[in-house]
Design a protein around this ligand. Structure first.
Ligand SMILES: Nc1nc2c(ncn2[C@@H]2O[C@H](COP(=O)(O)OP(=O)(O)OP(=O)(O)O)[C@@H](O)[C@H]2O)c(=O)[nH]1
Ligand SMILES: [Mg+2]
Length: 201
């Protein structure tokens, strides 16, 4: 089964996307396989609203392990299956907490193994009052994945006003990647994400 990985900076909206995309595909509950960096596996079943309440937050590094869910994408009268893996968000430099460092190392190792990479970039964070800038980390993910992987950038938080003007900047700077504008929160752009996945499964 194809392994698709949701990666990006912390707080970009990875978990929100994972849960809401499962919701969009019609899952009534979320059966997460949790993989700790130390290797322990566990399973937890969530109602969708509980998952959103417990696992999505505006603080950094809410996710500290792999949260994997199995999805079925409808094709004709059948379906195609894929594993969608939410990951610990990445940051530049060496994080002071060992737990976070290990979780980020786990993300990087899964990145190497993934068949499909969904790179979430928070459009609202691409600018302040003065300048527009893409972080070094996002450039590194882009440079590695565009050469090595089946890769798409999900330009998130398009529902926010500030995000709109940053989309064309992102498209210009990362022009060698397919970019799909989405709102993970309001499930916008999900039809295009589904189409991309079906094309590449
Ligand atoms: N306006 C808006 N907010 C969003 C969107 N997607 C996520 N958020 C918010 O962004 C914050 C971070 O969302 P998460 O899904 O927890 O982000 P994450 O990338 O999983 O973060 P970590 O696990 O901490 O690395 C939350 O407050 C979400 O409600 C979106 O499309 N639009
Ligand atoms: Mg998360």
């Amino acid at each position: 089964m194809a392994k698709s990985l949701v990666v990006g900076r912390t707080n970009a909206g990875k978990t929100c996307f994972t849960i809401n995309f499962a919701d969009y595909l019609g899952l009534k509950e979320l059966k997460f396989t949790l993989k700790q960096p130390a290797g322990f596996l566990s399973r937890r079943t969530f109602q969708l609203h509980t998952a959103k309440e417990e696992l999505v937050a505006s603080t950094n590094h809410t996710t500290k392990e792999i949260q994997q869910v199995q999805l079925q994408l409808p094709v004709g009268k059948g379906h195609k299956e894929l594993q969608l893996m939410d990951t610990c968000g990445l940051v530049e430099g060496i994080h002071p907490e060992q737990k976070i460092r290990k979780a980020m190392a786990q993300t990087l190792s899964k990145l190497q193994q993934a068949d499909i990479v969904l790179h979430i970039i928070d459009l609202a964070k691409l600018s302040n009052e003065k300048i527009q800038k893409i972080s070094e980390l996002d450039f590194e993910i882009y440079n590695y994945c565009k050469a090595e992987k089946c890769y798409v950038i999900l330009a998130n938080k398009i529902d926010l006003k500030v995000a709109q003007k940053n989309l064309s900047f992102l498209q210009k700077k990362l022009s060698q990647a397919e970019i799909i504008p989405i709102s993970a929160l309001y499930q916008q752009g999900f039809k295009e994400v589904k189409k991309f996945l079906l094309k590449n499964l």
